[in-house]
Design a protein around this ligand. Structure first.
Ligand code: PHE
Length: 344
């Protein structure tokens, strides 16, 4: 029996020595020290032994047991230590690795420009109004002194939906809507930003859909000089104090007299260069004194009230301000283009 125990001890310690994982150790523990293991079996057979042998074998069996258990524990500790070491090694974080950049969006250039225009006019006492993009023939044309068959309707090729409904070709119908609502009861001082639609073929300077900002100021004693003053302030704040403006006579059916406004070229300051095509000036908007017929149709007595109106294209303003050379950049939304105008 002694030999048998000695053998078992050696066998078990050998296996412990070779074991490489915690699982293997557990298996060895169960196999040798478990209730069904060989050592338990030896102890069970002690009944057959003589009185003298019994304590000797009992003591030896316990020693063998302790020795195996001790080795198992020691090995367990060393495997655990090694596994921890490996885990730490594997999970090391390289803090010098550059992080992935977080991409943050920003307002579209057109949105920023429209907001800038709004801010400038709000600062001069204008309120912001909006109107529908699907407009009636009445507000888009008739109420603006463009009766059916008027040749000036051809200035704005339109997308018609029905005989009487179309995509608005400009933001001017919002003038007629706003005045029409108040029917001469109070002065109006408003701007209206929004999308407009024309049957144009898209190219570097044309788009079938673009934006406008309309302006309207109707009150007693509003004069052409007020228009000039407001637009001069706008131009200088938008493009720089050194820029000059000039008004040229023009024609719109809803204003009389009508003007187009130019600003001095920022490249040559009026001398003439390729940017301004040698003229020294760049056209930026149209406007004029509200036509008496338009006032009348909206319930304003032209003997009591006068007003000015203007309309500008934010795309054009942005193109001039930032040197954008193709209107299509605003709509194709290439992020490389858009990103340049995100304010930090
Ligand atoms: N509605 C005109 C256009 O689209 C611009 C304009 C607005 C002109 C107001 C005069 C007064 O061309």
């Amino acid at each position: 029996m002694k030999e048998r125990l000695q053998e078992l001890k050696e066998e078990a310690l050998n296996k412990v020595e070779q074991a490489d994982t915690l699982n293997e150790l557990q298996d060895i523990r169960v196999a040798y020290l478990g209730k069904k293991g060989p050592i338990t079996e030896v102890l069970r057979g002690m009944g057959k032994l003589s009185k003298e042998e019994r304590p000797v074998i009992g003591e030896l069996a316990n020693k063998v047991r302790e020795a195996i258990a001790g080795e198992l524990d020691a090995k367990k500790e060393s495997i655990e230590a090694r596994e921890l070491e490996e885990k730490l090694e594997k999970e090391t974080i390289d803090v010098t690795l550059p992080g992935r950049p977080v991409t943050v969006g920003g307002p579209h250039l057109l949105t920023s420009i429209i907001e800038e225009i709004e801010d400038l006019f709000i600062g001069m006492g204008f309120e912001v109004r909006e109107g529908p993009e699907v407009e009636t023939d009445y507000y888009n044309f008739e109420a603006l002194n463009l009766p059916k068959g008027h040749p000036a309707r051809d200035m704005q090729d339109s997308f018609y939906i029905t005989e009487e409904l179309l995509m608005r070709t400009h933001t001017s119908p919002v003038q007629a809507r706003t005045m029409g609502k108040f029917q001469g009861s109070k002065p109006v001082k408003m701007i209206c930003p929004g999308k407009v639609y024309r049957r144009d073929t898209d190219d570097a300077t044309h788009s079938h859909q673009f934006t406008q900002v309309e302006g309207l100021y109707v009150d007693r004693n509003v004069r052409m000089s007020d228009l000039k003053g407001v637009l001069n302030r706008f131009a200088k704040q938008m493009f720089g104090e050194e820029r000059e403006i000039r008004l040229r006579p023009s024609f719109f059916p809803f204003t009389e007299p009508s003007v187009e406004m130019d600003i001095s070229c920022k490249v040559c300051h009026g001398e003439g260069c390729s940017v301004c095509k040698g003229t020294g000036w760049i056209e930026i908007l149209g406007g004029g004194m509200v036509h008496p017929r338009v006032l009348e149709m909206a319930g304003y007595d032209p003997k009591e009230y006068t007003g000015f109106a203007f309309g500008m294209g934010p795309e054009r303003i942005a193109m001039l301000k930032y040197g954008v050379d193709d209107i299509r950049h605003f709509y194709t939304n290439d992020v490389r283009f858009l990103k340049q105008y995100h304010k930090a």
